[in-house]
Design a binder for this molecule. Structure first.
Ligand SMILES: CCCCC/C=C\C/C=C\C/C=C\C/C=C\C/C=C\CC/C=C/C(=O)SCCNC(=O)CCNC(=O)[C@H](O)C(C)(C)COP(=O)(O)OP(=O)(O)OC[C@H]1O[C@@H](n2cnc3c(N)ncnc32)[C@H](O)[C@@H]1OP(=O)(O)O
Ligand SMILES: Cc1cc2nc3c(=O)[nH]c(=O)nc-3n(C[C@H](O)[C@H](O)[C@H](O)COP(=O)(O)OP(=O)(O)OC[C@H]3O[C@@H](n4cnc5c(N)ncnc54)[C@H](O)[C@@H]3O)c2cc1C
Length: 627
């Protein structure tokens, strides 16, 4: 029945202060207040409804997204929301849109790679959304290999301009979000050519469309690249294609914090690492790690609540069947994902700190931690997005057939989330960057340069020094093993930071104890999953492995009575979850049944096409009785 909490019996089992855990999950009392307030604002406003997305055509879907983005912006302005509140609003609106790239990449690129003068000119326009930007780096022929980009930016000293050009089909910009139909400007990445000499890839601000009638400017060919994976999902985003035909821009529209071109046509490289041109990607990769904990926790919340509601087999003398959450197999699949959601939350907090720290150091021209920041953002983006994409799919399977319904919220969550394993850097390519960083560290063992920070542990691998000549053997030849080593390195960071989190003051009855259980589940599940490596390297004995498995089972039993409370702590509204299976009150079956009849196919009892196709079939003269 409506109004009855079908999960009350589960909530009464909780052994910790859920409200205190909500604060831990949010990060602070202030962050919880903002999240709670904005999530309820969005959930209560019909202008942000999203339950009809799977029934819209691509054009209807996209127009609806534009409406919502404009409505969100009006809400932000009318309510005078802060940037923190506005970002939360975008999060709870829960729909990929051009604003993500405007706020998430175009503005950060100008802030990170533009000079003070360029920031003063362009940021006010962008903050007021008087221009709408995108980040146009990837091309049809190159995405991972940035140094392979083909778009050219040739300096013309006669006119003090750059000529931006797409020399080949494969140089067409391809994938940038917001580019296809909305962006008026792009940060376009191109090979800088001055006086016939190439100077690598740099960013250029290029206007694409008229601010009067939105028509593409002279020399600009632009459009959408077409439907993507899934129906609704990421098709709310206009990922675009863009070609330049000798488009001229003023010299001062090259982002010049890293490199400069003078009006005399002289190229200058600042005394900063050229990789700062990649700075926006590093910024986004660290936000993606926090996003992973959000996406995974959402799927886990749905699967955990439904696993407590669903009963199957085990009825004794006509009594209730067994809750599937009580099956050890269900727990062994679900609870490591619950632990991962919390682990990724905390590693996301730490990575945000690391990024802020490296950014502050860069202001003082201290580049000492840039390599570690690159390796950590790349590796943790790769690890958390792979685990989250796999975890969302596992949560769908944990919900049986009903997990395959759009009304479960899981198919769309998966479809929207999985490109995170590719965008902002293909996950394998990023792990190879981590491997390169680790090998460089090994090559420096024994020198005066001691490994610190997240690689400090490598001083304990002195034995690698003896075979140092060996590690020079083809990086490509060993890349599969090196990628596995990179994952292990990143997992060590995740576990270490979870343990460090537990050493902090954590208020609330039973809260720290619950987090300790989750931390141990995360670590022991890894040990179990990779026990072959641990055994073959002599890190553990078979007895250790057996003890670890026994402890894991015991930990699952400790989590079981707290599982619903641990997902309640995410504080997600039913609107944000968008899932009948994951609804707060657990009243699943009546809602599933009611939702079915709302499908457009049920608007008529006899389906369109019956008279044209089915009736002739049924009424055909020659029976096919033999079949
Ligand atoms: C008020 C209203 C508010 C409303 C609110 C609205 C929105 C809210 C705000 C934000 C929304 C939040 C999120 C949304 C935003 C984004 C997420 C959503 C969508 C995602 C969109 C996707 C975008 C993209 O995909 S952009 C394109 C991404 N592309 C890539 O990642 C390419 C990957 N390839 C590379 O990075 C490079 O090619 C490479 C693999 C690193 C190789 O580079 P190369 O130059 O060839 O270098 P190497 O030779 O390998 O190495 C040389 C040397 O350099 C070092 N190195 C490499 N990279 C870096 C780096 N980044 N930093 C530092 N150092 C680096 C490398 O280690 C090596 O060093 P060594 O010589 O010492 O060994
Ligand atoms: C939804 C979505 C949104 C996007 N938004 C944007 C955007 O706003 N702006 C933008 O500029 N780009 C955007 N992109 C593009 C994205 O950044 C690229 O797709 C990504 O960087 C991967 O590059 P690629 O597509 O060229 O893949 P490739 O690099 O061609 O990868 C193909 C395969 O080759 C493998 N591979 C490649 N190089 C190596 C190597 N050296 N060693 C081993 N294996 C290798 C990869 O692991 C992968 O398996 C978006 C992409 C998607 C899917």
């Amino acid at each position: 029945m409506e109004g009855v909490d079908h999960l009350a019996h589960e909530r009464n089992k909780s052994e910790f202060d859920v409200d205190a855990m909500k604060i831990v999950w949010a990060g602070s009392p202030h962050a919880f207040d903002v999240s709670d307030r904005i999530s309820k604002l969005v959930a209560s406003d019909p202008g942000f409804r999203k339950d009809n997305r799977s029934t819209l055509s691509r054009k209807e879907l996209f127009k609806n997204t534009l409406r919502k983005a404009a409505y969100a912006w009006k809400t932000i302005v009318d309510l005078r929301l802060s940037e923190e509140e506005a970002a939360k609003l975008r999060f709870y609106v829960d729909e990929p849109a051009f604003t993500d790239l405007h706020w998430g990449m175009f503005i950060p690129a100008i802030k990170g790679q533009g000079t003070e003068e360029q920031q003063q000119k362009w940021l006010p326009l962008a903050y007021k959304m008087q221009i709408i930007g995108c980040y146009a780096q990837t091309e049809l022929g190159h995405g991972s290999n940035v140094q392979g980009l083909e778009t050219t930016a040739t300096f013309d000293p006669q006119t003090d301009e750059f000529i931006i050009h797409s020399p080949t089909l494969t140089s067409s910009k391809w994938w940038p979000g917001g580019l296809g139909k909305v962006a008026t400007h792009a940060i376009a990445y191109a090979r800088l050519i001055v006086g016939g000499r190439e100077h690598g890839v740099n960013g250029f601000i290029v206007q694409l469309r008229s601010l009067e009638d939105h028509s593409p400017l002279l020399g600009i060919t632009v459009g959408d690249i077409g439907m993507k994976f899934g129906n609704g999902a990421y098709n709310t985003m206009d990922n675009g294609v863009l070609r330049f035909d000798h488009v001229r821009i003023p010299r001062n529209q090259m982002l010049m914090r890293v490199s400069q071109v003078t009006c005399e046509g002289k190229y200058k490289q600042s005394d900063v690492p050229r990789q700062l041109v990649y700075g926006t990607m590093v910024y986004v990769r660290q936000t993606i790690v926090a996003d992973a904990s959000c996406a995974l926790s959402r799927a886990v919340c749905i699967a955990t609540r439904y696993s407590a509601v669903r009963r199957q087999f085990g009825s004794q003398n006509g009594g209730p069947e067994t809750q599937v959450i009580d099956y050890k197999t269900q727990q062994s699949r679900l609870f490591p994902l619950l632990a991962s959601a919390y682990a990724f939350r905390f590693i996301g907090e730490w990575l945000k700190w690391l990024y802020a720290d490296v950014t502050q150091r860069l202001q003082a021209n201290d580049f000492s931690t840039l390599p570690e920041a690159h390796a950590c953002t790349a590796g943790l983006k790769s690890l958390t997005t792979t685990a989250t994409a796999d975890g969302i799919e596992e949560c769908r399977k944990l919900c049986g057939g009903h997990g395959y319904l759009c009304s479960s919220g899981l198919p769309e969550l998966f479809a929207v989330y999985v490109p995170a394993c590719t965008y902002e850097g293909d996950n394998t390519v990023l792990l190879l960057q981590v491997a390169r960083f680790l090998m460089k560290t090994v090559s420096q063992l024994g020198s005066s340069k001691k490994p610190v920070g997240t690689i400090a542990y490598m001083t304990r691998v002195e034995h690698l020094m003896q075979c140092r000549c060996g590690v020079q053997r083809g990086f490509a030849e060993l890349s599969v093993d090196l990628v596995e080593a990179a994952v292990a390195h990143c997992q060590l960071i995740v576990v270490s930071k979870f343990i460090e989190k537990l050493q902090q003051e954590i208020p609330g009855k039973g809260v720290k104890q619950q987090l300790e259980v989750l931390c141990n589940i995360y670590a022991l599940f890894l040990l179990h999953k990779h026990q072959g490596d641990f055994l073959s390297t002599g890190c553990i004995t078979p007895k250790h492995a057996a003890l670890a498995n026994d402890e894991l089972r015991s930990l699952y039993s400790q989590v079981r009575p707290n599982a619903i409370a641990l997902v309640d702590a995410f504080n997600y509204t039913d609107h944000y979850l968008g899932s009948i299976l994951g609804c707060y009150d657990g009243n699943v079956y009546p809602k599933l049944y009611e939702a079915a009849w709302k499908d457009p196919l049920n608007e008529s009892v006899v389906p369109d096409g019956y008279h044209q196709y089915i009736r002739p079939l049924l009424k055909q003269e020659i029976r096919t009785a033999r079949l």
